[in-house]
Ligand binder design. Structure first.
Ligand SMILES: [Fe+2]
Ligand SMILES: [Fe+2]
Length: 314
């Protein structure tokens, strides 16, 4: 069960069994008394209009060619790691301070607070340091708004801006969108790829069980942040990097879609992502006060330990 990676600082603790995945209780994670069903309610009657609009645009515009264009735009040099700009994690947090997620029906707080709430939830549950750091970093890919445009769904300067290529639930592009597994399936037909015979079948451009890493998801903060951490030679084990890369793919990790494309090994990744997701979702609480200054010193230690101290490429 344990996956020991050579680049892991704490290779011995990357053990799914040791995380007691099956023993968690969401009430131990939550900092308020919301029911599980009160999170992530999506329908056109009760969901805020901005969220419905977000998903309509996301479903209409996230295609294989859009993914390819974004992957090119947010390229990191494979040798030098060079990206667009150099910043420390702390400097990136300062940039993210004004960013508010337009797609999230559960939270209207700055992302830094959500990231610290997630990391602190993981820490309080006794999970290892690499997992805590994963919690702290997992949404930082929304920093793409610095280089994005509203037209490309990356306007994070205005909380009402279009953010459909920054956040929101992702899905696999290049094959049929699973109506039973996505929010607002009524928008699936708006996707141009669903009218393209290369992409609108069950397997689309993929082969059976080609594996999670071969799939292109709707472009957003997950994939960008994964690529950024790899480019900067981050020492978080693969399990943590996968949590960051796939945490927004609710159709896969929450609804069990895409089994025809994934492998047996991906099942373990799924368990890790599910574990992570409990903290991402259930620590969201606007009344859970986070003492940023007090906590920051602790997380700076983790940032350094996992090779992310100093200026990084973004
Ligand atoms: Fe996220
Ligand atoms: Fe998150």
């Amino acid at each position: 069960m344990a996956s020991l990676l050579s680049n892991s600082v704490n290779a011995d603790v990357v053990d799914l069994a040791a995380t007691k995945l099956t023993h968690f209780n969401t009430n131990d994670i939550k900092t308020n008394d919301k029911d599980d069903d009160d999170f992530r309610t999506y329908d056109q009657e009760t969901t805020p209009e901005r969220v419905v609009e977000h998903y309509k645009l996301m479903r209409s515009k996230q295609t294989v060619s859009f993914y390819d264009r974004m992957a090119e735009k947010y390229h990191f040099d494979p040798t030098t790691g060079e990206g667009r700009r150099q910043m420390t994690i702390e400097e990136a947090f300062v940039e993210l301070e004004s960013y508010v997620d337009a797609s999230d029906p559960d939270l209207d707080l700055p992302n830094k607070i959500h990231l610290l709430q997630t990391a602190e939830g993981i820490r309080k549950a006794g999970h290892p340091e690499w997992l805590q750091l994963t919690g702290l970093l997992h949404d930082m890919g929304k920093i793409m708004f610095l280089w994005g445009t509203g037209e490309d769904g990356q306007d994070g300067h205005d909380p009402k801006g279009h953010q459909w290529a920054l956040g929101g639930d992702t899905f696999v592009v290049g094959c049929q969108i699973p109506s039973e597994a996505v929010v607002f399936p009524e928008f699936n037909d708006l996707n141009p790829d669903m009218h393209d015979s290369r992409y609108n079948s069950k397997f689309g451009c993929y082969t059976a069980h080609c594996g999670l890493d071969s799939l292109k998801m709707a472009w957003g903060h997950d994939e960008y942040m994964y690529r950024m951490l790899v480019a900067n030679k981050c020492l978080i084990p693969k399990e943590g990097l996968d949590m960051i890369r796939y945490h927004s793919c609710y159709p896969w990790h929450d609804k069990g879609a895409y089994k025809h494309l994934t492998t047996e090994e991906d099942e373990e990744t799924l368990e890790w992502v599910k574990l992570f997701n409990q903290f991402d979702l259930y620590t969201k609480d606007e009344d859970n006060v986070i003492e940023v200054e007090e906590l920051w010193g602790y997380y700076v230690g983790l940032i350094d330990k996992y090779g992310l101290g100093g200026k990084l490429w973004w």
